[in-house]
Write a protein that binds this ligand. Structure first.
Ligand SMILES: NC(=O)c1ccc[n+]([C@@H]2O[C@H](COP(=O)([O-])OP(=O)(O)OC[C@H]3O[C@@H](n4cnc5c(N)ncnc54)[C@H](O)[C@@H]3O)[C@@H](O)[C@H]2O)c1
Length: 502
């Protein structure tokens, strides 16, 4: 295939590289003179490093580079079978480019946009042959990331869609079909993890370092949400968050916080500027504080306490005693703060301490304490638990840290399934490949049972009255009917392809 790439920046050069590596002849064009040649130089240097590490042979490297050619003008792309656009994220610039491309390429040439935040339908609004247009959203770095979201616009035809899918597979990627909706799959699904973490910190429940430790060390996410935002750059994730929030007409599930915005406005963009949620270099997140050296800590359990609490006490070496009037009362609420759970159980909240056991005992144990708790008692308890696990002590909040963040991830994934953003299993695959979560949002629901998540969300919603925590119908119905979360609706979700296939 003759493939044209327009825009030889980070994405265009990556896409050009994978296309050439898969055997396609690639023409690279950029409006800035010299940019396409520089991109080929960068690709060459990177491939050379690969050769040095034994990742490829000198012959293959040479063959890839021979397939990459600079196109001095848009007219030079006239013979292409496919042109992928990766220019600046500006609707007018993209529309003007495609108008120019349509005037030079043949009638069968497929035109693809790599936009990450614009509507594919809008990019191709003025296309004279809209059937041959499509979104192909590669991820950065394109030669490494396996995922490509393939997004049919409202007028994309089946041939174009099939070609885009085949092309993506041919260059070694996993194409996933996404509906033309704000943020497609990955950029939308990713909002839950970070914005709920921001909400936890905004409410003074825990510090960014605590949230990061719980999610990374306790739940296996590759990075905590704050370290992740600092790494991708707040100049990238803040505008994306704001854009997706606006394009979803202020859906409260997608709401960020003032701190996110102020870091962006102050130019404190994370690792690249030396300061974001953390300072760099060398600012390792503040170390945990520790509890008092273990004294044999005693705890009281309420009547009817869950078996998981007894197991936890045994594992942590806590001695369960009859109510002695002084030992802390240990609770394990779901979606409820410690104060409310204690009051409901008829316990003085100043004696209550909550432990998050919603997802079993993790490597990091989260203890949640109400205002008025005796710091010495909490410290002794912590000291004892620390002999077996790491501990984070946080302020009172319905849903601790992990319940809130995981429920937000599951709820948004469920809502995406409900809206037909993609097929349920595809939402999971895209999130695993694009965000490297240990499991996709829907698989996560099945792992712990959809009902746990509706209970958490209902509890938080009851306390906060915030529509952000309203459980998705998709999740609630499957939890109520005891169905797996991937179970499809009887009438298939409407997709952008409806016009083509109906
Ligand atoms: N960077 C990412 O992580 C990422 C990931 C997925 C998708 N995207 C999308 O890919 C596109 C490109 O992003 P990028 O990060 O590679 O940007 P970039 O700034 O690295 O590169 C853009 C290139 O396009 C060129 N350009 C601008 N206007 C042009 C025109 N009219 N004709 C030809 N060339 C033109 C610029 O000179 C520049 O070299 C954007 O739509 C972006 O949203 C980016």
């Amino acid at each position: 295939m003759q493939v044209g790439i327009v825009g030889a920046g980070a994405m265009g050069s990556g896409i050009g590289r994978v296309a050439a590596a898969a055997g396609h002849a690639v023409l690279l064009h950029d409006v800035r003179p010299g940019a396409a040649q520089e991109a080929i130089g960068r690709i060459g240097a990177s491939i050379e490093r690969q050769v040095a590490k034994g990742g490829t042979t000198t012959e293959d490297a040479r063959a890839i580079l021979e397939r990459l050619t600079v196109a001095g003008s848009v007219e030079d792309l006239s013979g292409c079978d496919l042109v992928v656009e990766a220019v600046v994220e500006d609707l007018a610039v993209k529309q003007a480019l495609f108008a120019e491309l349509e005037s030079v390429v043949g009638p069968d040439c497929i035109l693809a946009t790599n936009t990450s935040s614009l509507s594919v339908g809008a990019v191709f609004r003025n296309a004279s042959r809209p059937g041959r247009t499509v979104g192909m959203h590669f991820f950065n770095p394109a030669h490494v990331m396996k995922l490509v979201e393939v997004i049919p616009g409202p007028r994309t035809d089946q041939r174009t869609l099939a070609t885009a899918v085949t092309f993506a597979e041919g260059v070694g990627k996993t194409p996933i079909l996404a509906r033309d909706t704000p943020g497609f799959i990955v950029n939308l699904a990713g909002r839950a993890y970070t914005t709920e973490a921001l909400a936890v910190v905004n409410e003074g429940v825990a510090s960014p370092a605590q949230v990061d430790r719980v999610m990374k060390e306790g739940f296996g996410f590759p990075l905590g949400p704050f370290a992740l935002m600092d790494l991708t750059g707040i100049d990238v994730n803040y505008p994306v968050t704001e854009n997706i929030f606006e394009h979803n007409f202020a859906d409260p599930k997608l709401r960020s916080t003032w701190e996110h915005r102020y870091l962006f406005e102050a130019g404190l963009l994370g690792q690249k500027t030396g300061q974001g949620f953390y300072s760099y270099p060398g600012d390792t997140p503040p170390a945990r504080t520790s509890g008092a050296p273990a004294d044999a800590a005693t705890v009281v359990l309420t009547t009817g306490a869950d078996r998981s609490l007894l197991e936890f006490c045994a594992r942590a070496g806590l001695t369960v005693v009859d109510d002695d009037g002084t030992s802390p009362v240990l609770l394990a609420p779901l979606g409820e703060d410690c104060t409310s759970a204690a009051c409901r159980a008829g316990v003085d909240p100043r004696r209550a301490v909550a432990v998050d056991l919603a997802f079993g005992v993790r490597d990091v144990v989260t203890l949640m304490v109400p205002p008025g708790a005796d710091p010495a008692v909490v410290s002794t308890l912590r000291g004892q638990i620390e002999s077996a696990s790491s501990v984070e002590v946080i302020n009172d909040s319905p849903g601790f840290i992990a319940q809130r963040i995981l429920a937000a991830v599951v709820n948004l994934g469920s809502e995406m399934a409900q809206r037909g953003v993609a097929a349920p299993a595809d939402i999971d695959t895209a999130v695993r490949l694009g965000l490297r979560y240990p499991a996709g949002p829907l698989a996560l629901a099945d792992e712990h049972g959809p009902r746990v998540f509706t209970e958490i969300l209902d509890g938080i919603h009851r306390t906060t009255q915030d529509a952000r925590y309203r459980a998705s119908h998709w999740l609630r119905r499957r939890a109520a009917a005891d169905l797996p979360i991937h179970h499809p609706d009887v009438v298939a979700a409407r997709t952008s392809l409806a016009a083509v296939t109906d």
